[in-house]
Design a protein. Sequence first.
Length: 295
Amino acid sequence: MLSIFGVPVDAAYSLVSGFTGILTPVLGGLAAVAAIIAFTMAVRVLLMPLSLRALRGQAAQARLAPQLQALRQRYARQPEKLQKEMFALYKQAGTSMFAGFGPLLLQWPFLSVLYLLFRSPQVGGKTNTLLTRDLFGVPLGTHWLSGPGILSAQGAVFLGVFALLAGLCWLSARLVRRWTPIPAATPAPAPALVKAPSVKRAPTRTKAAPATVKTAPAGTKTAPAQAQPPRAPGGALIKVLPYLTVVIAAFAPLAAGLYLITSTAWSLAERALWRSRLSRGHGQEIIEVKADSPH
């Protein structure tokens, strides 16, 4: 365990252990599971102002995305001018380029304390008794590939945790793609019509065969050529990245997996509530593009 998180982890351990003792007469063996979920939600409630501020910053970034793209194209060879214009645009909009992820970085120490608590076998030099509790007979300190194996009852519990976590990650990624603006396709410029000058040719004895030209039937409209919409760089990585949480859970104790499920579900609920709030009262701040192809 990192020494800088030692004191916060000890304090969090005391709180969760005390809450587990309170819930034990009511929930029995599930008291520790309920305490992990409840304590994670309590911390996320305290961090909600930062989360909402991050979502507000992301919404501002979405609104400014077309203008930022235009500035990048216009001042592609003038980096100093580009930075100046981007700064002026952010200042005019009342935001900054760090508004979307700055508040998320401030949450990192608190969430790291929780993760360390639910994965460390020892806290303060003593055994982490939270990990000795169990869920459906599986100790919270057990890892996926340890013990009887993936085809056992323990493996079934872990697979259930992974399936639930993967479903939350999939839903979160789907909503993010749905609410993220997609750059519009730029139509291809139509070729200019140039009238060729008339050239007088000397008469020849051979008669050229008339060229065969296929024309469209009368009344048929030809669609103008249109460029394909630009593809986002690293598209494959963006699709896989949301499921990194499942990979982390596969190498963490069961208690840490329960924490990851709770935290991921909370983040998803925050985003959905924020979206609903904007839809009701601030529709002008929403930028949604529904793709024709299913996600």
